[in-house]
Design a protein around this ligand. Sequence first.
Ligand code: NAD
Length: 512
Amino acid sequence: MTATLNKPSPARAPQTRLGDNAPFTMTIGGRAVSSPMLLTLVDPATGEAFAQAPDAAAEQLSSAVAAARDAQPGWSARSMDERRAMLGAIAGALMAHGEELAALLTREQGKPLARAVEEVQLSAYWCAETARLDLPVETITDDTGSRVTLERLPLGVVGAIVPWNFPIAMAIFKIAPALLAGNTVVVKPSPFTPLTLLKLGERLRGVLPDGVLNVVSGGNGLGPWMTEHPGIDKISFTGATATGREVMAAAAPTLKRLTLELGGNDAAIVLDDIDVEAVAPLLFWGAFANSAQFCLAIKRLYVHDAVYDRLAAALVRIAADTPMGPGTREGVLLGPIQNQAQHDRLRVMLEDCRARAQRFLCGGKLPEGPGFFFPVTIVDNPPETSAVVQREAFGPLLPMLRFSDLDDAVRRANGTPFGLGASVWSGDPERALAVARRLQAGTVWVNEIHTIAPHKPMAGHKQSGIGVEFGVDGLREFTQARLISMRKAPAGSPPVSPETAGAAPSSAATGA
Ligand code: NAD
């Protein structure tokens, strides 16, 4: 099965319930831990504070790292099948507490409740499917004289750092493979959206052995403390490219392993032979799902001159028929921007478009009233050099760009320091495939989009990332290799076969 994060089905919203009124606590060594300092959480649909979460001190991070280090030998000593069963238990907890978690997710992130339910379900599915991956010992050579094998061992303690757009899925994308490979984890949610992950940590107390999964929340200091911490062996980070650079620099003194999933400016190239009405909804949701707060969202829409006007009209119609509002309101398909700072960044980009007299096909006017709402805005063929084309908006502000020469479109699509995803759309899949092969991105979709899955490796080219997530390649990133090279004869004995007798002597054997 392949998962998608942008299904636009208008499912009926379940009842919102924030669970009990107990304060949110971190999970360290299997126990609830609060903090004298608190983060205040703002509901993006109203702009008002609605909850508080612990703001961890540096010593609390250290105690989480110590708990993870204590638990790690016992965890990695378990068989892969036992760890698989534990991932199944996490999936079970996600499903059992799905309603509570989804309600929290909508409240803190802003997304429609039906989408929050999907994100929790996707996270459960991800645990279950990741558990099916394997890390068998690889045999490099096995002959009469020697056997050489490559084993994959855990790294130790993984620090997982998560953004605010998919707070639970992005965390599970890291937690599941890290645990399967035999590591223990300290996970840090974004300070904007810590509640769902804190609640999951609480619900997993007693399900996982103490210390195997520690959840710590905090402000701006906590991420850097993690990346510098000598007790953490690897950082798996998802966030902005600028932050990724800081993570890499801070991890250097302790030579931590790194996986960085960073920003993107994904191009979609729409050829002249598409069925406009059939493809328009796919492009719309490819760009605007999760209110476009999506690393792999279409952020530049290159459309052939022959279909540009008809596609523009279709997208504008869909935008008009897509209700935006508080995620808790029934029937809403798009929620607010998650936080004020991101809303401000979008507003500045919008003002830049206006200052350059760029034309909006739809949107362009911020609504009155509370909350961080930003309307679906499509900019009509702005210059390639403008900010709205060159920078990642990370919100529903999409440049639609005209082309008539395919080579020119490919050159413009590749003309960015990013290389996360891309897509090509055509009535002829083989024709689209030939274009896809020319695009510089870690994932290129042909006539589909966002079909991510636990068994499909995902990586960023250029400044969109370092390393791989998902699939066996992603799982290997949570391991270190150990080569065992064994001579099949007693130590110091003469060669056992003509082949090994003829082998070049090693420096150790010759005493050189
Ligand atoms: P961000 O970089 O501001 O924050 C991400 C996480 O890093 C948060 O938990 C934050 O607290 C933490 N952090 C901040 N400064 C840090 C530092 N110096 N050291 C360590 N940790 C630090 O990103 P965001 O605003 O939460 O998310 C939006 C960005 O994430 C966008 O650029 C988007 O493209 C990117 N993103 C990428 C992917 C991907 O898979 N490539 C997925 C989702 C989001």
